[in-house]
Write a new protein. Structure first.
Length: 442
C-alpha cells in the first residue's frame, strides 16, 4: 500500500511538472515567442531570475530528503544534469580520472526514482548510477565519454509546481585541464584513509577472544551505490548476496567452533582493498566472498567457486575478474596513489601456500554444494585475479551463487528455501575443511 501511495504521489508530481511546463510555455506564446520553450529553456530562465538563490527553506517534508527525479539535457555546448529533491540538500561535485567520472556527493537521501532517464550514450555522459556510498553518504557517479568542466550546483527553490531542483552543467574541456583538477576533496580523502587504516588494524577485542575457534569472514559483494548484476527477474546481486551472507553467518555462528564476522551487514559500499584488510585484521582462517554471475548466453547456469591465480583459468574467468575488479570505479573510489585495483601482485611462497589451502576448500565446497544446487557443468572450480582474494595470509574463495542472467537460476536464488539450503551446504564445507584429518579433503 505504501508503494502504491508513493507511485500515485510520483505520478501527481509528474502531472504537476507537466502542467507547470505547459503554463510557462503558454505564457511564452502569449508574449509572442515564436515557439514553445523547452523544459531546459524554462530552467535557464529560472536560473537567470534566481542568481542568488541558495535553496534555503522547507518543503514540509520531515526526515531524509527524497530524490524524486533526474533529467539530462544534452546540447552541443554542454550537458545539463538536473536533480529534483523534496528538501534542500547540500551537494558538491568533484571529478575523478582514469576513467573519467563526475561524482555528486551528498548526505544520505532516499531514492524514489521509478525508471530513471538515461543518456543516449553518444554525448558527454555515457551513463550514471546512484545510491549509498558510505553510511550517511549518498552519491551519483557519472561516467563520461569526454573530459568536462563542472559548474557548481545551483539550487532553484520550488516554483510553478516543481520541487527543489539542483542544476549542474557539464561543459567540454581538455583532458589535461580535467586531470589537473581531478581528485577527491581533502576531507573525503582523509575520511577514506582513516577508514582504510581502521580496516587494516586488528580490533581491540581480537586478542585472545577467539581461543581455539576458527575465524570466518563473510564478504557480501557490491552494496550501496554498486548494485552488481541485475537479474532477469529484477533481483539485484547486492541484495541477494547480503541476504545469503546473513543466513550463512547465522548458521556458522550457531556452531561453537567458529567466530563469524561480515564485511558488511547493511546496504553499503566497501572498497575492495578494504574488504581484504578487514579479513586480514580479524586474522581470518577463511574468507568467503559471495557474488552472482551473468552471461550473454542466458542458457548458462550453475554455481561456481573461484580461487586466486596469477592468470585466469580461461578467458571467461579473466573477464569476470576484470568486471568485479571495476567495483571501485563504479562506486566512485579514488584510484590514485597506487590504489589501482588491477595492479599486479607478487605471489611469494607464503601466498602460494594460502592459495593451495583456498583450492582445498573450494574443491570440497563444490562437492558439498552439488547436493544442494545446480553447479556450472564445466570446471566449477575456477581461478582468476580477483582483488578480494589477494590477502597473502588468508585462504580466500569467491562463490558465484549462480547466473542472474539465467531464468531458472534467478528464480531459485529468489527463494528462501534455496538460500537456506546453500547456506547449510557452505557451512558443511567449512566444517569439513576444518575437520580432523580423517575427514579432510583429499
Amino acid at each position: 500500500m505504501a508503494d502504491e501511495h508513493a507511485r500515485i504521489a510520483r505520478r501527481a508530481i509528474g502531472v504537476a511538472l507537466a502542467l507547470a511546463a505547459f503554463g510557462f510555455c503558454a505564457a511564452a506564446i502569449a508574449q509572442g515567442t515564436s515557439k514553445p520553450q523547452s523544459v531546459d529553456d524554462i530552467i535557464s530562465n529560472v536560473l537567470k531570475d534566481n542568481k542568488d538563490a541558495n535553496g534555503n527553506g522547507r518543503s514540509g517534508h520531515s526526515g531524509q530528503p527524497i530524490i524524486m527525479g533526474v533529467r539530462i539535457g544534452e546540447h552541443q555546448d554542454r550537458t545539463r544534469f538536473v536533480v529534483e529533491v523534496s528538501d534542500p540538500v547540500a551537494m558538491r561535485t568533484f571529478t575523478l580520472s582514469n576513467p573519467n567520472r563526475v561524482v555528486i556527493d551528498m548526505p544520505v537521501v532516499q531514492w524514489h526514482l521509478d525508471t530513471a532517464p538515461r543518456p543516449t550514450g553518444n554525448g558527454i555522459v555515457h551513463s550514471y548510477r546512484y545510491g549509498l556510498f558510505r553510511s550517511g553518504n549518498s552519491r551519483f557517479v557519472i561516467d563520461l565519454n569526454a573530459p568536462v568542466s563542472v559548474s557548481s550546483p545551483v539550487v532553484i527553490p520550488p516554483t510553478g509546481g516543481y520541487g527543489y531542483r539542483v542544476v549542474i552543467d557539464l561543459a567540454p574541456t581538455t583532458q589535461e585541464r580535467f586531470d589537473s583538477t581531478s581528485g577527491w576533496p581533502a576531507d573525503l580523502k582523509a575520511r577514506e584513509a582513516a577508514a582504510a587504516l581502521l580496516a587494516s588494524q586488528a580490533p581491540a577485542q581480537q586478542a585472545g577472544s577467539s581461543g581455539e575457534k576458527h575465524i570466518i569472514v563473510i564478504d557480501a559483494g557490491h552494496g550501496g551505490i554498486d548494485s552488481g548484476t541485475n537479474g532477469v527477474n529484477g533481483l539485484m546481486e547486492k541484495d541477494l548476496v547480503l541476504d545469503e551472507a546473513l543466513r550463512l553467518g547465522r548458521v556458522l555462528s550457531q556452531r561453537p567452533n567458529y567466530v563469524v564476522h561480515l564485511t558488511r551487514d547493511t546496504d553499503v559500499y566497501i572498497p575492495l582493498k578494504e574488504r581484504v584488510n578487514i579479513g586480514r585484521s580479524w586474522r581470518a582462517d577463511l574468507f568467503i566472498s559471495l557474488h552472482a554471475d551473468s552471461n550473454p548466453d542466458p542458457s548458462v547456469n550453475g554455481l561456481s567457486i573461484y580461487t586466486l591465480s596469477e592468470s585466469g583459468s580461461d578467458k571467461e574467468a579473466a573477464a569476470l575478474a576484470r568486471k568485479e575488479n571495476q567495483s571501485d570505479v563504479i562506486a566512485g573510489v579514488d584510484l590514485a596513489g597506487g590504489n589501482s585495483t588491477v595492479a599486479p601482485i607478487l605471489i611469494d611462497l607464503a601466498q602460494r601456500d594460502t592459495m593451495n589451502r583456498s583450492s582445498r576448500f573450494a574443491e570440497g565446497a563444490v562437492s558439498m554444494l552439488t547436493r544442494t544446487t545446480d553447479i556450472l557443468p564445466r570446471q566449477p572450480h575456477r581461478a582468476a585475479g580477483f582483488v578480494v582474494l589477494k590477502a597473502p595470509d588468508v585462504p580466500s574463495v569467491l562463490i558465484e551463487l549462480g547466473y542472474l542472467s539465467n531464468q531458472n537460476d534467478a528464480d531459485q536464488m529468489n527463494t528462501p528455501g534455496w538460500r537456506n539450503g546453500v547456506a547449510q551446504a557452505i557451512a558443511g564445507a567449512v566444517d569439513q575443511y576444518f575437520g580432523p584429518p580423517a575427514s579432510a579433503f583429499p
